[in-house]
Design a protein. Structure first.
Length: 279
């Protein structure tokens, strides 16, 4: 919203293939999340057009691996890091609101502009319309229940492992009907409140996302339960990328809830971007 209000375009950096990972491992540990290594590798090898053409990078502390990788990324191109708190109390909300205001001020100083609250409100309305459209599309999985097993995918972002996990599951006869993931419906569930002061509304919306870095994160478990009901799910597959400690630890609670309270199958798959474990 703030980037739109500044008249700029927010773009996600490339992080979906194993190709640049060997280059990244010259500076990063081998036993690190493949998404982090791919992001850095694309920047290091200058093969991500979004990185090449960007003015500067905005990162966030959703995990310790990213936090430290951004320090190295800053050596290649200016990287501004927002410090995301890992709880949802009033002090955390106030701190996160300050981080949002600081990003606004960074954008103003970088581009030599003034961002007005009305510009932010217009951007909020724009993003809310986008969320509503994407949510309507993703919720098509609720319709016309098939006779094939209906699966919910949860866990880490799955861009780098879609072929070997999601496509494989569907080729074996299942229907993946729902995605509780960062690149699925999770961020699109709640809109930004268009009636609230803009910085309060943005802070509340983004702190409420069920990222596994949040502690405690019981709202994620509740929402998985709602998705099981609404999408008529027969089983849950959780994707855990190598060295993603927050999702890996939280998978115990997800498995316990899915199998113990909802009495449906759960499969946790820990993987990376390589093809070695495709079988």
């Amino acid at each position: 919203e703030l980037i739109y209000a500044a008249g700029a375009l927010p773009l996600g950096l490339c992080a979906f293939t194993e190709e640049p990972i060997p280059a990244a491992e010259a500076n990063l540990p081998r036993n690190l999340c493949p998404l982090i290594k791919a992001s850095y590798g694309f920047a290091l090898t200058d093969t991500c057009p979004y990185f090449y053409f960007s003015d500067f990078i905005v990162g966030e502390t959703t995990c310790d691996g990213k936090r430290k990788m951004f320090e190295l990324l800053n050596d290649i191109k200016e990287t501004y890091v927002m410090q995301l708190p890992h709880s949802r109390d009033e002090k955390s909300l106030a701190f996160w609101k300050d981080q949002i205001v600081m990003l606004k001020e960074k954008l103003e100083s970088f581009y030599g502009i003034t961002i007005t609250e009305e510009q932010i409100r217009a951007a909020i309305r724009r993003k809310n319309r986008e969320r509503e459209t994407m949510r309507s599309y993703l919720e098509l999985g609720k319709l016309n229940p098939s006779v094939r097993p209906r699966l919910l995918i949860t866990g880490c972002p799955n861009g780098g492992v879609r072929e070997k996990i999601i496509r494989a599951a569907e080729e074996l006869g299942a229907d993946v009907v729902a995605f509780d993931t960062c690149n699925g419906i999770r961020e699109k569930v709640e809109k930004v409140d268009e009636t609230r002061p803009v910085y309060d509304a943005l802070a509340e919306k983004y702190l409420n996302i069920n990222c596994s870095v949040m502690s405690p994160n019981v709202s994620r478990i509740r929402y998985i339960g709602s998705m099981i009901d609404e999408y008529r799910v027969d089983g849950v597959v959780e994707i855990i990328l190598q060295a993603c400690h927050t999702y890996s630890v939280e998978s115990y609670s997800v498995r316990k809830f899915v199998t113990g309270e909802r009495h449906i199958p759960y499969l946790g798959i820990e993987t990376d971007y390589s093809k070695a474990d495709s079988g």
